[in-house]
Write a protein that binds this ligand. Structure first.
Ligand SMILES: [Zn+2]
Ligand SMILES: [Zn+2]
Length: 362
């Protein structure tokens, strides 16, 4: 079976034959159906994220169950699944206190399965699988906990996007206590996650949704998902413009890009009592300057949000329901489709800043 392997940062992915072992206890063999091309994969490719190599990247995927290992009861052969990029152990402090998306055990075992080994090899050498998934592969062995059974009515490419960008973006809004109908919202960065923050804000009944980006074509695209105003931060000072538009600042600001500049701007764009949510992953080691006096005197809140701030499986169910009812626009997020062999073209389009999401179709 074929997979796309990253051997070294700043080299193209190599699509080649790998060997896949059978699932062990608690594991599931899946045939991938669709996989999203996400900025988090790109961070590994550019060296902005660190991890073991060689690795099969890809953490935004949907699949069909082929075979289950010993003791697996939640899914059976033939089931269609959204894959969660955090497999929660169920026993660590985070899992037990209601935050399985932050599972410590999943973090410690990282790009290997829970027993610390991988099922993928090339000439006898282990190949890691990103987030215990590695969805840029025709077949894979993943933890049972990754598999979220879904109805047949959800197209595979839509299901793949629910696996990362839709849950991360919409979840960051709907699972935040500060999100209330009538709120004013600013969103910095309008890529795959940013567009979903925008539609999350629309779902929660925001009165104004201001999209900020450096590409005019990306800003134009945000109107489809609920933006009411757009600002090109290359042309004007985005913070000044947001304050002008909202008479002093927004209730909620999201940094869906992840950089010192956008996080500082998100905090600066808030009104008193406002909340800034950092959603995008910045390069490893990045720091953002924060106006400390303003944070106190204006009683602002700055929070991080990972994988929609809640159990991914809980958020998946809500998103499936809203998609089937026509309340979530996932179809139009998908703008380009590729075969696995064309995967490097998909990442070139991502780094050029093209609209929407590219998806690998198997
Ligand atoms: Zn992702
Ligand atoms: Zn855990």
């Amino acid at each position: 079976m074929k997979a796309a392997v990253l051997y070294k940062a700043n080299t193209p992915l190599v699509v080649e034959e790998l060997k896949l072992a059978s699932p062990k206890a608690g594991e599931v063999k899946v045939r991938m159906a669709a996989a999203g091309v996400c900025a988090s994969d790109h961070h590994w490719m550019t060296g902005d994220a660190e991890g073991p190599m060689p690795i099969v990247l890809g953490h935004e995927g949907s699949a069909v169950v082929e075979e289950v290992g010993e003791g697996v009861t939640r899914v059976a052969a033939g089931d269609r699944c959204i894959l969660s990029f955090v497999s929660s152990c169920g026993y660590c402090r985070l899992c037990r206190t209601g935050s399985p998306q932050l599972c410590d055990t999943a973090g410690i075992t990282g790009s290997a399965l829970f027993d610390g080994t991988t099922r993928l090899t090339k000439d006898g050498e282990p190949i890691y699988q990103m987030a215990k998934l590695g969805v840029f592969s025709e077949l894979g062995v993943v933890p049972e906990q990754a598999c979220h059974k879904m109805p047949k009515a959800i197209p595979f490419e839509v299901a793949a996007l629910i696996g990362c960008s839709v849950t991360t973006g919409v979840g960051a809004v709907i699972n935040n206590v500060a999100a209330r109908p009538g709120a004013t919202v600013a969103v910095f960065g309008c890529g795959g996650v940013g567009l979903n923050v925008i539609q999350g804000a629309k779902l929660m009944g925001a009165s104004r949704i201001i999209a900020v980006d450096i590409y005019n074509h990306k800003l134009e695209f945000t109107y489809k998902f609920g933006a009411t105003d757009v600002i090109n931060s290359k042309e004007v000072n985005a913070v000044d413009e947001i304050k002008e538009l909202t008479d002093g600042g927004v209730d909620l600001a999201f940094d869906s890009f992840g950089s010192a500049m956008t996080t500082s701007a998100a905090v600066d764009a808030l009104r008193k009592n406002g909340t800034a949510v950092l959603v995008g992953l910045a390069p490893v080691g990045a720091d953002a300057p924060i106006n400390m006096v303003d944070l106190v005197r204006s009683q602002k809140t700055l929070v991080g949000s990972y994988y929609g701030s809640a159990s991914s499986h809980e958020t998946f169910d809500k998103l499936i329901d809203w998609y089937l009812k026509g309340r979530l626009n996932i179809d139009e997020l998908i703008t380009r489709r590729y075969a696995l062999d064309e995967i490097n073209e998909g990442f070139d389009a991502l780094s050029r800043g093209e609209d929407g999401r590219g998806v690998i179709i198997f």
